[in-house]
Design a protein around this ligand. Structure first.
Ligand code: SAM
Length: 349
């Protein structure tokens, strides 16, 4: 099999038949040609720049019961917390001083954060930091709710579709959640004018390679601005405690495939990648990712936002260590910049 030839065609056409995508996703021999081609394209569009986002994990309270997730409502062992508006603004102040120009507010679907509460927080951040992007990742809400967050000053929204296959979706979620609604939310967000991020877990339980191809096809329809993927990692207090965690190299190959199919996309090198391998995030950058999201949450709560076992939350992963992060990124051959880091869609080939 000539993997360089397949990768070259993907690089030139941004599309391949399903069977060839399956070969690339599943074959270790595809690693080198994929990583090299993805790096070439990312450098063409984003140069050696790596954007940093300050992540505020503001609540681990969630009304949902997704089978894979450590903060699912059914996990009675989780120590629950919720940050106040003041806590969140303190995180932003600290982040701004450190050079962050994007704040990402992520949390479980916590009913305390009504539209009124969310809009109050968003508009306060907007008036204090007019030069910053505000990204929300608060799960599924109505179109009216999303519109109100946008009007309050939020610019971006992260909502992974998790899996685009109906059958696979049912393996991962209880009956009160639906793929149809998840997808509707994503299109609502786009219509409103958010920069939208979606994505999926790699090697989640019951996932087939065809499911992953369906994920890529769904993203081709959605055309998101950001795409976040990471390996599934088991959590001991979930129904998926006995499943194996995802493959590092399959995740890296998918990062590269995404870079080639969506050249303009903002692709984070995720915490999950850093959790399954000590150099996982540097490897992610070399495979085509161009964003990292250090943790800005208060130290006292970090260990409780435990989506999966051993999620890294040491000081080195946190925003305070921006200098260390800059060095790590430089060693990998890239450069941390403190710009807002908006999508460069015009550069799409
Ligand atoms: N509630 C929001 C939502 O549903 O989009 C944001 C928080 S949710 C916990 C953030 C992401 O964590 C999910 O989209 C999922 O892909 C990821 N995640 C949850 N459990 C995971 C696991 N066991 N392994 C890897 N990623 C996981």
């Amino acid at each position: 099999m000539n993997f360089s030839d397949i990768v070259n065609r993907l690089k030139l056409n941004k599309d391949l038949p399903d069977e060839e995508l399956i070969l690339l996703i599943d074959s270790d021999e595809a690693n080198e040609p994929l990583f090299a081609a993805a790096d070439e394209i990312r450098r063409k569009i984003y140069s050696d720049e790596v954007y940093i986002r300050g992540l505020v994990e503001f609540s681990n309270i969630c009304k949902n019961n997704c089978y894979y997730c450590g903060i699912r409502c059914g996990n009675k062992k989780a120590v629950r917390y919720r940050l106040s508006k003041e806590d969140i603004l303190d995180c932003c102040a600290e982040g701004y001083a450190l050079g962050f120009r994007t704040f990402v507010l992520q949390g479980g679907e916590d009913p305390h954060f009504t539209d009124e509460v969310m809009c109050d927080i968003v508009s306060s951040i907007r008036s204090l930091y007019p030069d910053c992007a505000i990204t929300l990742s608060v799960g599924e809400r109505s179109k009216e709710s999303y519109q109100s967050y946008f009007d309050a000053g939020a610019n971006r929204f992260l909502l992974r579709h998790e899996t685009a296959s109906e059958e696979h979706y049912r393996h991962l979620h209880p009956d009160d959640l639906s793929l149809e609604n998840r997808k509707k939310c994503l299109f609502d967000l786009k219509e409103i004018g958010f920069q939208v991020g979606s994505g999926f877990m790699v090697d989640s339980p019951y996932q087939t390679t065809r499911n992953l191809v369906a994920d890529l096809r769904f993203l081709q329809t959605l055309q998101p601005d950001m795409i976040g993927i990471g390996p599934f990692i088991r959590h001991e207090d979930t129904p998926f405690a006995e499943f194996e965690s995802g493959s590092l190299y399959k995740t890296l190959r998918l990062v590269s495939i995404l870079r080639l199919m969506f050249p303009y996309a903002l692709i984070p090198s995720t915490t999950a990648l850093g959790t399954i391998h000590p150099q996982g995030r540097e490897m992610g950058l070399k495979a085509g990712a161009n964003v990292v999201m250090p943790n800005l949450s208060p130290k006292r709560v970090r260990e409780h936002y435990m989506l999966y076992d051993n999620k890294i939350c040491t000081d080195e992963e946190a925003a305070e260590s921006v200098e260390k992060l800059k060095n790590k990124v430089a060693c990998a051959g890239y450069r941390v910049v403190t710009a807002r880091g908006d999508v460069k869609k015009d550069c799409s080939r």
